[in-house]
Design a protein around this ligand. Structure first.
Ligand code: NAD
Length: 456
């Protein structure tokens, strides 16, 4: 499998892919090793993962460089991702003992009643490339802490990072057979669905997630899917500072070249502040430096996947054909690399592909609305349900709007952020199940209840 640098289109490395036989052998290793890992003390498993986190920290510059080389995100954003992963691991390791401890429900009675959290067993994690450290850590860290053995399939676009994760987990002390890598693309992912795992944890697109969920259902094992989004942001007329709001919204839409599951993908603005907001927004977008992701001060790098350029192109063309205006960007630059100019479109309607289908690139449609009611109507007009943001100086008003939306996360005066203490979940086409928080720790366990009757 050829690993291509998306900024230069040059090959970085050629990596051997797994096949059904190697995957089956790796599965057997995991199966044999899981039991003794489960019976290693929880505190020791936590210490091992803390060691992994320390290694991420000491190797941060090298790891950031590798990540940037294969996914194309600006180097500073790669560093930020690693720092974010370290913070998440900190929360998970600090809270695991409390939330994975069993509970006595009736300690003094006969029979006594208690329940414990047992690991699922051998779990499979099929992952995405856009934040390989963050979305990886969401799954394999709590899975390992909880006593599972893990088959980790990094995206084919984040293979080198997957190899580094494997190396550092082993260096930190995770037994070799407890964590295995599956290297390859869709066919390797599909092969994993034919092995008898005890749980599937998928991060990726709705299209693939649906396939994974269907196949896992027949096995009657837990399956969680963290999928895409078309996340809306509403700017009410009472925002304290239009410029700050525009800068915050623009960052939320274009950070990592818009390749975040919780990127802002649609913006609705109250008509009273629409013109000023659009002006400030476009000024901000035009101020960014585009270029090689290793370049100083670069905010917009290439897309990771060449195929997405055609999707963006098609979304712009359809929108323009139907009456939208491009205020900036709208096309690919002529130089090498999978670049697309940061693009802002107005005069859009909610039935355009730009406002309905995940763009997953540096592109946004901004639409004028008359009031909160109209904003809610358009925000809800989607098949996705990951996050939604409301910018307003009135908390009650914002919460009132967020309550009406079918999303896993609501933001007031912020966007595009994840907290390790809160469950990360999607509704509808954005997925099923949750990672992070104590719910995300327990997601890798099954409960066992005990009724303990003393014969005396
Ligand atoms: P993708 O669906 O193309 O691929 C995801 C993974 O599935 C990859 O490892 C891929 O090799 C594998 N795969 C592909 N075909 C498969 C098959 N038939 N069977 C089994 N596995 C298969 O998604 P992607 O392009 O890697 O990631 C981008 C998507 O992920 C976006 O939609 C984004 O919004 C979403 N995402 C969601 C979250 C979240 O937390 N909700 C986080 C990150 C990314």
């Amino acid at each position: 499998m050829r690993i291509i640098n998306p900024a230069t289109e040059e090959m970085i490395e050629d990596v051997a892919e797994d096949n059904r036989l190697t995957l089956s052998n790796k599965f057997q290793l995991l199966k044999q090793a899981q039991h003794s890992w489960q019976h290693t003390a929880l505190t020791d498993r936590i210490k091992t993962i803390q060691g992994f986190s320390a290694l991420l920290e000491t190797n941060l510059e090298t790891l950031a460089g590798i990540l940037t080389s294969e996914v194309g995100k600006p180097l500073q954003q790669s560093r930020n991702e690693l720092k974010g992963a370290i913070t998440r691991i900190q929360w998970l390791t600090q809270n695991a003992e409390q939330y994975l401890a069993g509970e006595w429900m009736k300690a003094e009675t006969n029979p006594e009643e208690k329940f414990v959290y047992e690991p699922l067993g051998v779990v499979c994690n099929i992952s995405a490339w856009n934040y390989p450290y963050l979305v990886g850590v969401n799954v394999f860290v709590p899975a390992l802490i909880a006593g599972n053995a893990v088959m980790y399939k990094p995206s084919e676009y984040a293979t080198l990072t997957g190899l580094e994760i494997n190396k550092l987990l082993k260096k930190a002390g995770v037994p070799d057979a407890v964590f295995q890598l599956a290297i390859g693309a869709g066919a390797v992912g599909d092969a994993l669905l034919h092995l008898p795992f005890d749980g599937y944890f998928f991060t990726g697109s709705y299209k693939t997630g649906k396939l994974v969920y269907e196949k896992a259902a027949l096995k009657m094992v837990p399956c969680q899917c963290e999928l895409g989004g078309k996340d809306p942001l509403y700017v009410a007329e009472d925002v304290r500072d239009i410029k700050d709001t525009a800068i915050s919204a623009a960052e939320g839409a274009f950070y990592n070249s818009g390749q975040s599951c919780c990127s802002v993908e649609r913006i609705y603005v109250h008509e009273k502040v629409y013109d000023r907001f659009v002006h400030e927004f476009v000024q901000e977008v035009k101020s960014w430096k585009i270029g090689l992701p290793t370049g100083e001060g670069v905010f917009i790098g290439p897309l990771t996947r060449k195929e997405q350029l055609a999707v963006l192109d098609q979304q712009v063309r359809e929108a323009v054909r139907r009456g939208a205006f491009v205020l900036t960007g709208g096309k690919r630059p002529t130089h090498k690399g999978y670049y697309f100019e940061p693009t802002v479109l107005v005069n859009v309607t909610n039935d355009m592909s730009l406002m309905q289908d995940e763009s997953f690139g540096p592109m946004i449609g901004i639409m004028k609305v008359a009031d909160d009611e109209e904003a809610v109507k358009w925000m809800q007009d989607t098949e996705y349900g990951l996050t939604a943001s409301v910018y307003s100086s009135n908390k009650q008003r914002a919460e009132g709007i967020l309550e009406q939306l079918n999303v896993g996360t609501g933001y007031w005066n912020c966007c595009d952020r994840v907290s390790a203490a809160l469950p990360w979940s999607g509704r509808n086409h954005s997925g099923i199940g949750a990672t992070l928080s104590y719910i995300g720790l327990r997601a890798f366990t099954k409960t066992k209840a005990y009724h303990l009757k003393n014969p005396g």
